[in-house]
Each structure stands twice: as C-alpha cells, then as structure tokens.
Ligand binder design. Structure first.
Ligand code: AMP
Length: 190
C-alpha cells in the first residue's frame, strides 16, 4: 500500500489537491478534519470531545486522533494507497504513524508540503467560510489561532520528514491545475 501525506497550513489546499489526486489514481482520501466533522454531526462521544477544540481552532488531543487513524489504517491495509490529509499534525502523531505502519511492514512514501504565504491562507479561509459555513473559518481570531497553532505544533513535522528524505515541497499558490501537475511530477511512485 502506498502512503502519501498532504501537509501544509490551514487553507494551503490539501483537501482540494488530495481529492483530485485520489480520484485520478484510485487512492483513498483520508481527511482527519472531515472524519471529525462527521463524528460531530453524528453526535458521537468522540465528536463531542473534538468539537470543543475545533471550534476554538485548537488541535484535538493526540490520543484521540491517533486512535481514530489507527482504526482506519488497519481497515485500509489491503488497498492500493491512501492520502492522509491533515494528519500527522504533531511530532507524536508522526511517530505513532511510523510505529503503526511498521507493524505491517509499511512506510510513508512521500510527504507533499504545500507552501503558501500567510495572507493567501487568510484570504482562502475567509472565502471558504462563506462557501462551507465552517465556524473555524468564519472568525478571524480563530483563523489566526489555527495558523499560530500550525506554526508552533505542526511546522516542526517538516524537519521530521526532511530527515527521512521524504519531504517534497510544492508552491501551493496559483492555478489549481498547475499546482496539481507539480504534485504529480514529484510523487515518486506515479
Ligand atoms: P482541517 O479540516 O484539516 O482543517 O481540520 C479542522 C480541525 O480539526 C483542526 O483545526 C483541528 O481542530 C482538528 N484536526 C484535524 N486533524 C487533526 C489532527 N491530525 N490533529 C489534531 N487536530 C486535528
């Protein structure tokens, strides 16, 4: 099974590009944000816990996220490949992912880092707030908090994968199709 990670700040375009790539190459798109929003909609216990963090733009605790993703990896083990979108977002999550994959003799193939300027992120998130009605996109102080949380807790994951020679940086600004072509060109197994 091929495992790709789409990495970047909120609003970097991970979801947009991951969906396109998954459709074209028959990969499973796994967005932890979408999974959590689904659990909130179903009012599950996990959803109720997650909502408290998500509404403020904070990260959901590692143990909650790692447990949720572990179940999915087990279920997807025999598929062609998976794109992880929005996970891992902390060093402990990245370490837990490596440990889980190792159990099945698997490892991450590539980490696509969509690099986008802060002002572009803010502009995109406020546009998305109108379209998708997401509470965490519609308040500028929550958006600013998400970007700060990204810089503090998620950005260190970049060097984690750099050390493993898996990080592939792509400029995530410009036309969606041009960014998509750059992504396709740098993925090692395509
Ligand atoms: P996203 O849809 O990826 O922007 O995620 C929306 C929100 O869900 C984030 O701001 C976090 O509160 C939460 N979330 C999603 N993925 C994770 C993760 N891997 N670790 C912690 N929190 C997450």
């Amino acid at each position: 099974m091929k495992i790709l990670i789409f990495f970047g700040a909120p609003g970097a375009g991970k979801g947009t590009q991951a969906k396109k790539l998954a459709a074209k190459y028959n990969l499973t798109h796994l967005s932890t944000g979408d999974m959590l929003r689904e659990k909130i909609k179903q009012k599950t216990e996990l959803g109720l816990i997650a909502k408290k963090y998500m509404d403020k733009g904070n990260l959901v605790p590692d143990d909650v996220i790692i447990g949720m993703v572990r179940n999915f990896i087990t279920a997807l083990r025999n598929t062609d490949g998976v794109i992880l979108d929005g996970f891992p977002r902390t060093i402990p999550q990245a370490e837990a992912l490596d440990a889980e994959l190792k159990l099945y003799d698997l490892e991450v193939c590539d980490v696509v880092f969509l690099d986008v300027e802060k002002q572009t992120l803010i502009d995109r998130l406020s546009k998305r707030a109108e379209i998708e009605n997401r509470k965490d996109d519609s308040d500028i102080s929550i958006v600013e908090n998400r970007i700060n949380v990204y810089n503090q807790k998620t950005a260190p994951v970049i060097s984690y994968y750099e050390k493993q020679n898996k990080l592939k940086k792509v400029k995530g600004e410009g036309e969606i199709d041009d960014i998509f072509n750059s992504i396709v060109n740098i993925i090692s197994f395509l």
